[in-house]
Design a protein around this ligand. Structure first.
Ligand code: TYD
Ligand code: MG
Length: 454
């Protein structure tokens, strides 16, 4: 009987029975490759008659003390982890190559080791000498971190078993090679097998493992998205190569809030934590210019002010351009449609560009009103009043919905020297001394308030 072939997308892990150029599940191109089976596979379809052992069941009410956590002392990192490192947990740190994952984790390893955790750093990408050189440059050479340059998973697990560390960092999961799997390192089956072995080992032995995963657009290396389901915590390290800001974002966390961010700055001596990100994101803002609006946002548990920049220009194309950096393109299309349908302000025949300053990515719906403000300001070529922050969600009817944590947003704005805010009416309306809050009920009212009759 001919064996049926199986094809897997290296980005999202979806399987198909035949090859195609584009993954139907995630839409990425050139990510589908033939998958070698993990093992010989089950001989028969059912489990058969052989009995297993009965599992001991417990009640939900059984007393469980919260896991003891270890703090690194880097507040930005500890907060993203949900209040420190949890023992017997698996953490995935994903990010583009060269963004600073190895730097971050070497610094974190040194901090945890100095705080008393037995820490091992396994590099599958760099030689030990390279890692040592980086440690010297970062001033961490004296930290009690044990180092290895190795890719053989069996040897690594054996070492972890004898050394019994409390924290192991595997940089990166794509370079790990399990001899039980018959395919090249970096393939989906290797990455999946290595991640599975390491996470189950962590649970069994009570150590924390941190897996580093590269994400590439081309999907040549298996994306760590297949690993996301196996681990407890998924952190993404984001930023733009040209900018010095780096954002560590929790997208999944079984031990704390998701959506929490930590902000860092890449310096000549490694990553420095940024305790006041609003000041940093607004530091490059000059005089008020048309197309610029300051959004008072909330990231996780913390208010963050960011500048939104819009440019609107007559389009030479029959299909005008809509380009967005740091925000959702679909959401932009929606706001343009609402502006046209509810306020009679058309953007047809105009190219629209929207950028979130500082390499920040925003996903909050409360940014809607700030986006609309930036777009209108660019279109009318009129600067918004200086020292004003904007926030609020826009519904398809053109009504404005109050945003959560209004008071925190206003407080942050006031702290950074803003004197006015435009926010939706209704909801819990906080007041902050020294800040004049204009409340609008719908988009038309907002346009009238800010830009006169239009
Ligand atoms: P790295 O941690 O190697 O990235 P990754 O592991 O995500 O691939 O960091 C690479 C970049 O960081 C590199 O371009 C140089 C820069 N860098 C600094 O600017 N300052 C530093 O102190 C260090 C160690 C790196
Ligand atoms: Mg690296």
């Amino acid at each position: 009987m001919a064996k049926t072939k199986s094809f897997t997308c290296s980005a999202c892990g979806a399987s198909f029975s035949k090859w195609s150029g584009r993954c139907e599940a995630c839409g990425d191109w050139n990510t589908i490759a033939e998958e070698k089976p993990l093992s010989a596979g089950p001989a028969s379809k059912s489990l058969g008659a052989k009995r297993g052992t009965a599992i001991t069941l417990t009640d939900l009410s059984t007393e469980e003390t919260p896991p003891p956590r270890t703090l690194s002392g880097v507040a930005e990192l500890d907060r993203v982890l949900g209040g420190g490192l949890v023992p017997a947990s698996a953490i995935l740190v994903g990010g583009d190559p060269g963004i600073g994952k190895s730097t971050l984790l070497l610094q974190a390893a040194a901090r945890f080791a100095r705080n008393g955790l037995k820490t091992i750093y396994v590099s599958g990408e760099e030689a030990s000498a390279q890692v040592r050189m980086r440690a010297q440059r970062l001033g961490l050479a004296d930290a009690p971190v044990k180092l290895a340059a190795e890719t053989n998973l069996r040897d690594i697990l054996t070492t972890l078993e004898t050394e019994r560390p409390q924290l192991a960092i595997i940089d990166s999961i794509q370079t790990m090679w399990a001899d039980s799997v018959d395919s090249a390192p970096g393939s989906v089956s290797q990455v999946r097998a290595a991640a599975h072995e390491l996470t189950t080992f962590a649970k069994r032995r009570g150590l924390s493992v941190v897996l580093v995963g590269h994400v590439t657009k081309e999907g040549q290396i298996a994306g760590p998205r297949v690993v996301e389901h196996m681990v407890d915590t998924v952190l993404y390290f984001e930023g733009e190569r040209g900018h010095q800001f780096r954002i560590l974002r929790a997208v999944k966390n079984r031990f704390g809030p998701a959506d929490e961010i930590g902000v860092f700055e890449m310096t000549g001596r490694g990553l420095a934590e940024v305790t006041n990100p609003s000041a940093l994101f607004l530091s490059e803002r000059g005089k008020p210019t048309p197309g610029s609006a300051v959004f008072a946002g909330i990231e996780g548990t913390r208010p963050v002010l960011v500048e939104l920049q819009a440019l609107v220009a007559p389009s030479p194309h029959s299909q005008p351009r809509r380009t967005v950096v740091g925000w959702d393109g679909g959401r932009l299309a929606m706001i343009l449609a609402v502006l046209e349908a509810r306020c009679g302000i058309p953007f047809a025949g105009l190219d629209v560009y929207l950028n979130v300053a500082g390499g920040m990515k925003i996903s909050e719906p409360a940014a809607d009103l700030a986006v609309a403000a930036a777009l209108l300001s660019a279109r009318e070529d009129a600067a918004l009043p200086a020292d004003t922050v904007v926030f609020g969600e826009i519904s398809l009817s053109g009504a404005l919905r109050p945003a959560p944590q209004t008071e925190n947003r206003l407080k942050e704005a006031q702290k950074l020297g803003f004197t006015a805010a435009i926010a939706p009416a209704g909801g819990k309306s906080g007041t902050v001394a020294g800040l004049a809050v204009t409340r609008a009920t719908d988009l038309t009212g907002f346009v009238g308030e800010v830009f006169g009759a239009g």
